[in-house]
Design a binder for this molecule. Structure first.
Ligand code: ADP
Ligand code: MG
Ligand code: MG
Length: 189
């Protein structure tokens, strides 16, 4: 979560610029506020297990981010945390199951499918690639984000633009690639 907060802080301006093109120019700031709250919540009452860390982080994102990405990422982390249960550590298959459960939660909550030009277009390829290792998942997420550029947005604010959403990278897919890279970097340590 510290790595996520650090990278979100570093890339907030870029994420907001992407959101300015096809949304309402707040994605970077939404996530910066959210992950700042996550860092504070974890410092205040450090959870004992990885699952509890993700659950608290998810709950905090839901309560601190007003935009669509707050409930979506919050649900991802809560579901992933629940999947990890109260184990004191996890391994690559465990991480894969946790990420898969979280991404499934995002799909259920938001009703989007692959190709709708949302965060799922980075998250789904990451889940699929994770059996091949941490680096493979991060690379797949990044490629998935880049591949949203030619897509027409079918969910969220960008969908209001119709054809004018084509030619821009989805901000949520870009932040998902960033978060997957940060999570997997930390998990690989
Ligand atoms: P808002 O659009 O409310 O301002 P953000 O700018 O923080 O929220 O987040 C926008 C991102 O949320 C989009 O780029 C997209 O990836 C993601 N998103 C929006 N709606 C959905 C949805 N229904 N399913 C999955 N992801 C979504
Ligand atoms: Mg926005
Ligand atoms: Mg907004």
């Amino acid at each position: 979560m510290d790595a996520c907060a650090r990278d979100v802080d570093r890339e907030a301006k870029t994420l907001t610029e992407l959101d300015a093109a096809i949304g309402d120019a707040d994605h970077g700031e939404n996530l910066r506020r959210g992950f700042k709250a996550v860092t504070a919540a974890l410092a205040e009452e450090p959870p004992a297990t990885p699952g509890a860390v993700l659950t608290l982080a998810g709950r905090t994102l839901i309560s601190s981010v007003g935009g669509a990405s707050g409930p979506l990422y919050g649900t991802l982390l809560r579901r992933a945390g629940k999947q990890l249960g109260d184990a004191s550590s996890t391994d690559l298959p465990g991480l894969r199951d946790a990420l898969a459960a979280g991404v499934d939660g995002v799909a259920r909550l938001g009703g989007a499918v692959a190709g709708d030009k949302t965060m799922l277009d980075a998250l789904l390829p990451a889940v699929d690639a994770l059996d091949g290792g941490l680096q493979a998942a991060a690379t797949a997420a990044r490629q998935g984000a880049v591949d949203t550029v030619p897509l027409l947005a079918r969910k969220g604010r960008a969908s209001y633009l119709g054809e004018r959403s084509v030619g821009h990278q989805d901000p949520g897919a870009a932040s998902s690639a960033l978060l997957v890279a940060a999570l997997l970097e930390a998990a690989g340590d």
